[in-house]
Design a protein. Sequence first.
Length: 267
Amino acid sequence: MIAISARFLTGRFHATPWGHHTNEGAVEWPPSPWRLLRALVATFYRARPEGVTEDQLHRVLAALAPAPLMYLPPAATAHTRHYDVAHQSLKFFDTFVALNPTDAVAWIWPETVCAPEDRAALTALLTALGTFGRAESWCEMTLLAPEAIPAPNSRPLADDQPPGGYDPIRVLLPDVADDALLDTLRIETSTMRQHRHLDPPGSRWVTYTRPAEALVAHRITPPRSRPPTSPSTIARYALDATVLPLLQDTLPFAERIRRALIRLRSQ
């Protein structure tokens, strides 16, 4: 069994699904295995982890090519807006998945077996992989021990309809022979666009199940602050408004404030 976890250090995962524009507000959730394998390839050529050979990379990619099970922690979608004043205030959306920085996504291959040297190579690649998705998605990836693997809540759809409480979602996976997998994953996105590919060469779409509330924001009630231990004897206030009260209303206004503070203090 192989299981990989990804923890996003800033609590944000920035990634636009294939076939969508960033301004559409679409997010890739779950993060696709296709993106994961391309990230491992990019890390190999960028970081050149010590002791990892291209043959080992071939074997690691082949081991991770089948459709995995996945675990998705609680998350929500959010976005920021940016305006380009130089181009008639053109508006850009930066949509991302927001989640707890201590939570982690997991990809799980229950039937996959790796030789010890290939597991070591995969560990080195994951350690060197500092971002996942866009460059602002800082992440920490690790190879999980069997006892640390969470129960999956996202898997390939076996029937036409997902079970209750789940929604169908298309996920991009590799679909090419093992000996051509590395060359396929190395194709630049700009090259794909230049050739106007509707989908990345050597890929396939697989329908997964995803919890219906996988991207639902949950309201968090902040803890109530405790009253100060020492009794308060003075309250200071300042008035700041476009239209201020009349001077002759100062005393009646101050008296109302004093009575309100006394009521609060008695509670």
